[in-house]
Design a protein around this ligand. Structure first.
Ligand code: SAM
Length: 293
């Protein structure tokens, strides 16, 4: 049975040959050809016959087929028009799959969930993402506060490490804090290049984001909080005091900056990479009191 699945080198080559399909590197087309990796993704994502799934970039349907087998309903967004007739053919046996021809960055996913899934049904996002737009896609999906429980995605290892990064590590930075403000992030598995066709140039990991119902910290102004974080990592090797002095140039002098950091209970000689999210919230909330209203 397994050798009939789309996610095998033989079947994939057969489908590509039948449709004279050529990969578009610009669309991040690296198809999965290993069923056990797909089943691992699905197991980690907690997919059951009661759950609904949003997939991004079904390709020729390798992951979509496994999702159709394990989930109740699947809606997949695909940007490449050439793949639509192929998907119609490869997924023809699965009546619980809908493919939408649309750029995920332009899609109203909340609307699609309301239209396609049962009210109150548990929804998960599962995807082997196009690597050229991993961060914009994930940030859009988590910031839009979609009614989804989790996102389980194959992405480049380096980005997965940054998104799940902890303080005082090389991977920790503004992306870690942005992602972890909206979700709990963990790398569930590293994946070798050999499971893709064609093989990408970078290593891959499966990242899982579990959406938070409430942010982990209280901030007075979210935009300002993220601006302070960006500014604190502007020059990684510089102290918090120096980075913030640059950011507030012409607004607060160095003494004032030190004073406000003291109020926040944070030593200005520390580097941004040593601060937890809680500490960044303290810093941002203290500085926000001095913003012109
Ligand atoms: N899911 C398939 C698999 O695992 O074999 C294909 C994954 S491939 C890494 C990424 C897919 O995303 C491609 O099919 C590509 O055409 C599609 N894609 C690229 N940019 C997209 C976008 N902005 N919106 C929707 N799909 C996109």
């Amino acid at each position: 049975m397994t050798n009939k699945y789309i996610a095998t080198p033989t079947r994939t080559k057969e489908i590509l040959g039948k449709y004279h399909f050529t990969f578009k590197k610009s669309l991040g087309q690296n198809f999965l050809v290993d069923v056990s990796v797909l089943q691992n993704i699905i197991r980690h994502a907690g997919i059951t016959k009661d759950t609904a799934v949003i997939e991004i970039g079904p390709g020729i349907g390798a992951l979509t087929e496994q999702l159709a087998i394990h989930a109740d309903q699947v809606v997949a967004f695909e940007i490449d028009q050439r793949l639509l007739p192929i998907l119609k053919d490869t997924l023809g046996d699965y009546s619980n799959v809908n493919v939408i021809h649309q750029d995920i960055l332009k899609a109203d996913v909340t609307q699609v969930i309301a239209e396609h899934f049962q009210k109150d049904q548990e929804v998960h996002v599962v995807a082997n993402l196009p690597y050229y737009i991993t961060t914009p896609i994930l940030m859009k999906l988590i910031r839009d506060r979609l009614p989804v429980t989790s996102l389980t995605v194959m992405i480049q290892k380096e980005v997965a490490d940054r998104m799940s990064g902890e303080p005082n590590t090389k991977s920790y930075g503004s992306l870690s804090l942005a992602v972890q403000y909206y979700s709990e992030a963990k790398v569930v598995m590293n994946v070798p290049k050999q499971v893709f066709m064609p093989q990408p140039n970078v290593d891959s990991s499966i990242l899982q984001l579990t959406i938070r119902q409430q942010p982990p910290v209280e901030v007075t102004d979210e935009d300002f909080f993220f601006e302070i974080i960006q500014a604190s990592f502007a020059q990684r090797r510089k102290t918090l005091k120096n980075n913030l002095s640059r950011f507030f140039k012409g607004v607060h002098d160095k003494e004032k900056i030190e004073h406000i950091l003291q109020e926040a209970g944070i030593d200005g000689i520390r580097r941004g990479e040593s601060l937890t999210m809680e500490e960044f919230a303290q810093v941002a909330n203290s500085f926000f009191q001095y913003e012109p209203k």
